[in-house]
Design a protein around this ligand. Sequence first.
Ligand code: PLP
Length: 390
Amino acid sequence: MARAPDIVKCNAPMIPCQRHLFDIPREVAYLNCAYISPIPSATRAAGQAGMARKSRPWELTPLDFFTEAEATRNLFAGLIGATAEDIAVVPSVSYGIGIAAANVAFRKGQTVITLAEQFPSNVYPWRRLAADRKGSVVTIPPPHDGDWAAAVMSAIDAETAVVAVPNCLWTDGGLIDLERVSDACRESGAALVIDATQSLGALPLDIGRVRPDFLVSACYKWLLGPYSLGFIYISPDYHDGRPLEQTWIGRENSEDFAGLVNYRDTFQPGARRFDVGERSNFALMPAARASLELIADWGIDQIAATLGGLTRGIAARAQSLGLISRPDDQRAGHFLGIRFPNGMPEGLVGRLSAAGVHVSVRGTSMRVTPHLYNDAEDVDRLFEVLESTL
Ligand SMILES: Cc1ncc(COP(=O)(O)O)c(C=O)c1O
């Protein structure tokens, strides 16, 4: 069997293989970051140490409820070129989109634009809002030329209240050029709400250029962090808005635990009022911090270039078997969706997983989504099964 192209060798240019930082058995070819990433060993250690603190609560100080969350908020902000003032802690994407839906301007009868087959966390809150305000959700069908941005822009009109889109489609990696969409939103006065869960950490995004109203991401995929924790960027235009919960820790001067009974209606500065309750999260917050530090150390540009090389190598090899994927300029570099022109062979996913190869099927697309822990041997394992099945 042919070896994978050089680009996927463990010592490829850009970032060399980082498998040693993870706990992945040699016989496992985990090509499924789009589903849920493994956490680095340092993240696991940080999470375990965080959890252990609860065994000795007498050692916790009120300050501990703030410092870790602030440091992590700051790291997340750094990934997108924002400041900590604009970031809130959320437990999920659906929670973050809930914040957006509760705060965007939406007149009776207006519309929300979404993409066909977009992940539901950025759909259901808009269906609810539209139903409540006698408006509707407009779903953009997949464009024939793969240019999602153009398709979205041509659908924006005077009735569009919100454009709610991802940066990269979760089924096949289809890329949405957010800067063009953002310009069109600004011209028409529509709010831009982004679910960046399938791209943040692996695809550069500059908040100053995209200028969204809200941008949310879970930590557990391309940020290599824990489940049940995420972050949302909230544009300063909304900092006076209404949080989903009325938390005590989001109030001004909440550092003074003895004074918490002096109820107040003023908030901590910036987007902190939108933080989920109990956001100090002693186990998950240090874990997220460790992962974000690692990603910052590697650098998102370098991660993107490295993963782009990996998926291009896989796409070329898949093509030689008659399989198809989006052209490189229509997909996010880190994310490959492979389609089978004659239909996906029955039982393929089962055969792959029996061989220790982990990918996922979404719609008609087989997602092959590697990260820095993958190497040529993983790719060879994938193709061993594909070649023997097709
Ligand atoms: C694009 C995208 N957004 C969000 C999520 C997760 O959403 P939530 O945090 O609401 O469970 C996923 C999970 O697969 C996803 O692919």
